[in-house]
Design a protein around this ligand. Structure first.
Ligand SMILES: [Zn+2]
Length: 131
């Protein structure tokens, strides 16, 4: 399982892509999947309570280095996903990956290549990438 490449994943997705072969279906399914990912995180906070969100504007000292900033940036989340919420979020993220791979297959893009390009971009940006 650890050896599964994005290309293999995309291939499998493409084979199963029978019912929702239309790009329009895949586009709307991808968007729905994104909404369900956010919903799963929200439910961990509001229904289950295993996660808590406490957000405020982040203030950084003027003379902080980029390395300092990286350490100080807060995710605004505390707690840890319980097994049920973890499984729910994994399932929703899996669905999102499915539709991302499906969109790649339909449009002739290569998920492996996209991941490599993004990886290279991140490595080039290094610490300057604070998004
Ligand atoms: Zn939970």
């Amino acid at each position: 399982m650890a050896d599964l490449s994005c290309g293999e994943f995309q291939e499998t997705v493409s084979e199963y892509l029978v019912r929702h072969r239309s790009v329009l279906d895949v586009m709307s399914k991808l968007q729905e999947a994104g909404a369900r990912v956010n919903r799963a995180v929200a439910k961990s906070v509001t229904s289950c309570g295993c996660l808590e969100v406490s957000a405020q504007k982040q203030k950084f000292p003027e003379n902080a280095t980029l390395a300092d900033l990286k350490r100080m940036i807060n995710s605004h989340i505390s707690g840890e996903l319980c097994p049920e919420c973890r499984e729910a979020l994994e399932t929703e993220l899996g669905q999102m990956l499915f539709y991302i791979a499906a969109l790649c297959a339909i449009t002739g893009l290569d998920l492996d290549e996209i991941m490599m390009k993004e990886h290279d971009r991140l490595r080039m940006l290094g610490l300057f990438n604070l998004t």
